[in-house]
Design a protein around this ligand. Structure first.
Ligand SMILES: *[C@@H]1O[C@H](CO)[C@@H](O)[C@H](O)[C@H]1NC(C)=O
Length: 852
């Protein structure tokens, strides 16, 4: 206690000295952050500003607020802000001040994670690539050039925030900052240098006198006054490194990222809600969902390698900015319930008692009389019936019931009362027309002004990431006496690459391709090559697919073809090409001609794509035009007919695409039991990412220019523009509902006195319920999309739902025998399961099939 008071005055003193502020706005003690003198339970969510457009921000932040969030958390993206040394960019998607002011306007706080190392599945972990080439630099350790650059950028951001009065100590929304990021592993691996760097970083940050606390996440050794915080799927085992620091969970992982060739990883909301309730009942006071809105890795911002353009993360708000149900709604109810407990949680420490082998009660009783209880059941298989304060409670498996008055259950983490919404990509009325093609030139050595070298160069050192592409070309003389020219086997070319993907061209023809994986960037291409007598041109197109964002000294990892490069099966046996003369071309011809823009596009002769011979060619540019589709649903390009490449609209990069097929185990997933990403996978055998988000604000009403660069070959005429919207909504509600008051059930049983649970269904704005695909009051089986009638089924199930819901945007049906014209099976616990179809209110598209 004394120490926390001391700390309080220390921070006040610093802020008064540094900022001339009479007020010391944000401090902390062992219970929580203290804002303007008040302890707070804070619910936070990560929304990364460059992963959406400024036009989307207001809506995203409003949805976050409506979902019960107090705080929006973001990283600061150094490589987006300082593309070359001293040359800053804070416009468009990188308008950090506008983003923070958008959050402020909604009345929410901000947690600003400056880093400047951010990981985040973001290109190079957020570091500008030029930083690697500062002489003598070594990242994230006790290294002068690095520390100087890190301090320079941190100061730049802090000063910018101070100038705009954005820290809470100045009346702004920023209540918390972060320096470094998940440094724990490195600080151990780097030994003394890591430790002194850590202390330097803490002092540097505190010296900036922001008047708000700093956190260091996943860093047990965070020195005072830094708060060390937890990131993970669960954080209830976490304790801060000093008794006077609050328990904070800076990344509660709502799902997981996706890599090309991998499956989609989902996290059931029942488990996420359970994890959050576990943290709160242990005394945690700050929870941040990573991500709350994941968004999109536009352009070449994805890290990895092989992180997809989509950064959906199975977040409560999906990649496109639409609410994901039931995830969003169930968490919203959780937040509301936690807030009802806030006074008790902040003024008392939990008293823990056992209620059974796997069951516990955490009770917070404040002196003021407030009482909140969390009843937990860690049994992943069975419902538990427990006795608490002389009353019975039924706890779903792997769940916590929250009793904000220590008596009535307001919420159970395992019982989802909100509807499930299924999203679908629907055809839009946008025609993509007048496709034309342009062949990218296969690099040849004789171009003038070429960089040449004896031996192979690191890709990043040559491109400095100005393009994903680097050509390595060389030539090989083949004697006419080679036996393969006289009926023998073709020789084999082997190419060792450090990453990430490679296309091999022999005398201008694609001979084969290979790529690594995110974890194993290194790979070997090996393939038969058709060489001819005399000179042969070998052109290797090496492709970076997002620079690594994680790992000790990842900045020192090589990329590209570093050899050996060898020909096998010649008369002499093996010929090593590694140390001969190679010439280099950075990027594609089409990139240097700026074919992605409307100016550049007219600088070359395009071919009508109707000459089919031009389709399915490797290394082809495609262009077409389209008019913006009507409506205001989010849009995406369906790239299913293509292979791998990049796509642009009106000069804006939509990102990298790749129809890599997802490899994994897509088994049924149960919410209960400890979650790990492999547990709940979907999309096996499908392209990992088929749809690519097209922000509405990037379109004009007519003549939008779509440009695609395709590496393998594909059918561009198969590309379509689709709209994302709710297709069906489901409810699955038990007549005995967890939000019912348990004591009422105990006292009265299921009688009319008990408030009846209700089915709530709502389609998106602008939609109506047009069909009831399934309805059963009784004992139905299955889940949304695959419901089936059980042994008990009310014959009026469909009629009841149809009467109340058809033609409505939203409807509500009380679950009781009288609503359904009688009880189909008395003394049996019944449910109502419904699946309803949502369609545009003014329908211009084909209506989904009707049930009859
Ligand atoms: C980059 O290439 C130059 C020229 O080949 C070389 O001198 C330098 O060491 C390389 N730098 C790195 C970091 O690899």
């Amino acid at each position: 206690m004394e120490k926390s008071v001391l700390l309080f005055f220390l921070i006040c003193f610093i802020s008064v000295m540094g900022l001339q502020l009479g007020d010391c706005a944000v401090t902390y003690d062992r219970k929580s952050l203290i804002i303007n003198g008040h302890r707070r339970i804070l619910i936070s969510g990560s929304i990364h500003y460059p992963r959406s457009t400024p036009e989307m921000w207001e809506d995203l932040v409003q949805k976050a607020k409506d979902g019960g969030l107090d705080v929006v958390q973001t990283y600061v993206f150094w490589n987006g802000h300082e593309p070359s040394p001293g040359n800053y960019y804070f416009e468009g998607r990188y308008d950090l001040v506008r983003f923070i002011k958008t959050v402020q306007k909604a009345g929410l706080f901000v947690h600003l994670r400056i880093g400047p190392y951010i990981c985040a599945e973001w290109n190079f972990g957020g570091f500008p690539v030029w930083l690697k080439y500062v002489p003598g630099i070594s990242f994230r350790t006790d290294n002068e050039p690095f520390k100087m650059a890190m301090q320079g950028f941190t100061e730049k951001i802090v000063q910018m925030m101070k100038n705009e009065k954005l820290f809470e100590s100045q009346g702004g929304p920023i209540i918390l900052s972060q320096i470094e990021n998940e440094y724990g592993g490195e600080s151990k691996a780097f030994g003394a240098a890591g430790h002194s760097y850590l202390n330097w970083a803490a002092n540097m940050a505190v010296g900036m006198n922001t008047g708000v606390p700093w956190v260091m996440c996943k860093e047990d050794d965070a020195p005072d006054p830094m708060i060390n915080t937890c990131n993970g799927f669960y954080c209830d085992a976490f304790t801060p490194n000093k008794p006077y620091k609050p328990s904070m969970w800076t990344e509660a992982w709502s799902g997981w990222f996706t890599e090309f060739g991998g499956t989609i990883k989902q996290r059931p909301v029942e488990d996420l809600a359970f994890a959050v309730a576990r943290f709160i009942q242990k005394g945690g006071s700050f929870v941040n969902y990573y991500m709350y809105h994941g968004g999109t890795n536009f352009g070449r911002t994805a890290g990895g390698p092989f992180i997809t353009t989509s950064y959906d993360y199975d977040a409560p708000i999906d990649e496109y900015g639409l609410i994901r149900q039931p995830k969003y709604g169930h968490l919203k109810e959780l937040h509301k319930t936690i807030k009802q407990c806030e006074t008790a949680l902040l003024s008392a420490d939990p008293i823990v008692t056992s209620l059974g082998n796997y069951q516990q009660a955490h009770v917070f009783s404040a002196k003021s009389g407030e009482c909140a209880a969390f009843l937990s059941n860690y049994d992943s298989r069975s419902v538990a019936r427990v006795m608490f304060n002389n009353m019975h409670y039924n706890l779903a498996p792997w769940s916590i019931s929250i009793l904000p008055d220590c008596r009535n259950v307001a919420f159970n983490t395992g019982k989802v009362g909100v509807q499930t919404s299924h999203m679908q990509m629907m055809p839009s009325n946008a025609n993509i027309f007048s496709w034309e093609t342009y062949d990218e030139a296969i690099s040849s050595e004789d171009d003038e002004g070429r960089l040449t070298s004896v031996g192979l160069l690191d890709q990043l050192n040559v491109t400095r990431d100005s393009s994903d592409y680097l050509w390595y070309t060389t030539s090989v003389d083949i004697s006419s006496s080679e036996s393969f020219l006289n009926g023998g086997e073709w020789p084999t070319l082997t190419v060792e690459s450090r990453g990430h993907a490679l296309h091999v061209f022999i005398n201008g023809l694609l001979s084969g391709s290979a790529h690594g994986t995110r974890v194993n960037r290194r790979f070997t291409f090996s393939g038969k090559v058709k060489l001819q007598a005399g000179a042969n041109r070998i052109a290797l197109l090496s492709i970076a697919v997002g620079l690594p964002n994680n790992g000790a000294h990842f900045e020192s990892w090589n990329t590209g073809v570093l050899g050996p490069v060898e020909l096998h099966g010649l008369n002499q046996g093996k010929r090593d090409l590694t140390w001969q003369k190679w010439s280099y071309q950075v990027g594609l011809k089409g990139e240097s001609m700026n074919l992605i823009s409307s100016e550049g596009v007219s600088s070359v002769e395009w071919m009508q794509a109707s000459f089919v011979a031009q389709m399915h060619q490797p290394l082809t540019w495609y262009k077409a035009y389209f008019n913006a589709p009507d409506g205001n649903e989010p849009l995406a390009l369906d790239m299913r007919s293509m292979g791998k490449g990049q796509v642009w609209i009106n000069g804006q990069s939509i990102g990298r695409y790749w129809m890599a097929y997802a490899d994994g185990e897509c088994n049924q997933c149960s919410y209960s039991g400890t979650y790990r990403p492999p547990k709940c996978q979907t999309g096996c055998g499908e392209p990992t990412q088929r749809w690519y988000h097209v922000p509405r604000s990037w379109l004009k009403p007519t003549q939008n220019l779509l440009v695609v660069f395709e590496e393998f070959g594909g059918d561009a005429s198969g590309i379509t523009l689709v709209k994302r919207s709710v297709s069906t909504v489901c409810a699955d509600i038990t007549e005995w509902h967890p939000t019912l008051k348990n004591w009422q059930i105990e006292s009265y049983g299921r009688t009319e006195r008990v408030p009846r649970p209700k089915v709530h269904l709502h389609c998106a704005p602008g939609q109506l319920i047009t069909n009831i695909k399934f309805a059963s009051f009784g004992t139905p089986y299955g889940t949304c999309g695959s419901f089936q009638q059980g042994p008990c089924h009310s014959p009026s199930s469909y009629a009841t739902l149809e009467k109340r819901c058809i033609g409505q945007q939203r409807c509500m049906v009380t679950i009781s025998a009288s609503t359904f014209g009688g009880d189909p099976c008395p003394y049996v616990l019944k449910r109502v399961a419904v699946e309803a179809v949502c369609s545009p209110a003014v329908s211009t598209t084909v209506l989904p099939n009707s049930r009859n």
